[in-house]
Design a protein around this ligand. Structure first.
Ligand SMILES: [Fe+2]
Length: 307
């Protein structure tokens, strides 16, 4: 079944603004056929694809990775439910399975075995009564660079959170990690060992793209990068802070079309054999334990694909 989140595609009015934003955010860019691809440091596949449409920004598709057995099971589940398989929407798009979810979003699952960022040495941290870093300065280098390691998750708006997550659970083998009450949101992980969520669903009156989130190496790296991004004209959205759902530290920025990109660090990780019990959170507690700028801004949950 689905083992990883691979990439997503947005249709955007012009590519130049996207190139400026995502490269300032820290991603590496390359030009594809009629699109731009962006990937994190050390990754060998695109994680963000921008397609110039000349129209307001619109979510195009989400792409997951699986193995051969998983692809066969998903193909069978699609057949059993009468879900039609489609052709890839772009010349550069991956092969594998293409179909639509109940909201009409285009979804791809293809063979990929590149889940996760490369292991890194863990910096020693001194805590009360536990001195792990001794006789050594702990402040990171002042030229620490923004270096997102992987696309960790993305959040999509939906008109029906339970209907959507049931499809992703039943057909793609994803698992519910946590919910926010009253059908407001659901957070899904992949079917093997997985970050707490690789996909989230957020209630709206129409489908659309909410945000994509990228793993970063430390809070220091996130906030030094944030200062640079804002200094270069980037637009702050929310943070830094710590989520309840997933436990990750976060800092959100507005992209040029009022979607968002997030730096995250220290998300919960759940193994395939764990009997993880989903929790139904209140909206407040699920959203944040603390944030330096207080509660989320009023338009944090706004679906800017509704015109
Ligand atoms: Fe996020």
């Amino acid at each position: 079944m689905v083992l990883s989140l691979q990439h997503f595609a947005l249709g955007v009015p012009d590519l130049k603004a996207g190139a400026d934003f995502y490269t300032a955010f820290g991603l590496n860019m390359h030009e594809g056929a009629d699109c731009l691809g962006f990937r994190c440091d050390g990754r060998d596949h695109d994680e963000v694809v921008l397609i110039e449409t000349g129209q307001p920004r619109k979510f195009q598709y989400i792409s997951f990775g699986s193995d051969h057995a998983g692809l066969a099971r998903i193909s069978k589940a699609l057949q059993e439910r009468g879900v039609a398989q489609l052709d890839p929407p772009l010349p550069d798009a991956p092969g594998g399975l293409w179909f639509r979810d109940p909201d009409g979003n285009s979804v791809n699952v293809h063979f990929a075995n590149n889940n996760g960022a490369s292991p890194e040495q863990v910096p020693a941290v001194n805590r009360p009564g536990v001195m792990s870093r001794i006789n050594q300065r702990g402040c990171p280098p002042f030229d620490i660079a923004a270096r997102p390691r992987k696309l960790g998750h993305m959040i999509l708006f939906t008109t029906d959170v339970p209907r959507q997550y049931k499809f992703y659970v039943d057909v793609l083998g994803m698992q519910v990690s946590d919910l926010i009450a009253d059908g407001f949101a659901a957070f899904l992980r992949a079917s093997g060992d997985s970050d707490h969520h690789v996909m989230g669903l957020l209630k709206s009156t129409a489908p659309g793209f909410h945000h994509a989130s990228f793993e970063i190496g430390s809070i220091d790296e996130a906030e030094v990068a944030a200062a640079r991004l804002l200094g270069a004209g980037g637009k702050h959205a929310w943070g830094p802070g710590r989520h309840g759902v997933g436990s990750n530290y976060f800092h959100y920025f507005r992209d040029p079309w009022n979607g968002m990109a997030e730096y995250y660090f220290d998300i919960d990780y759940i193994t395939a054999d764990c009997d993880w019990e989903p929790q139904e959170w209140t909206k407040k507690d699920g959203m944040f334990l603390w944030s330096a700028d207080g509660p989320p801004p009023q338009d944090f949950g706004q679906n800017y694909e509704i015109h």
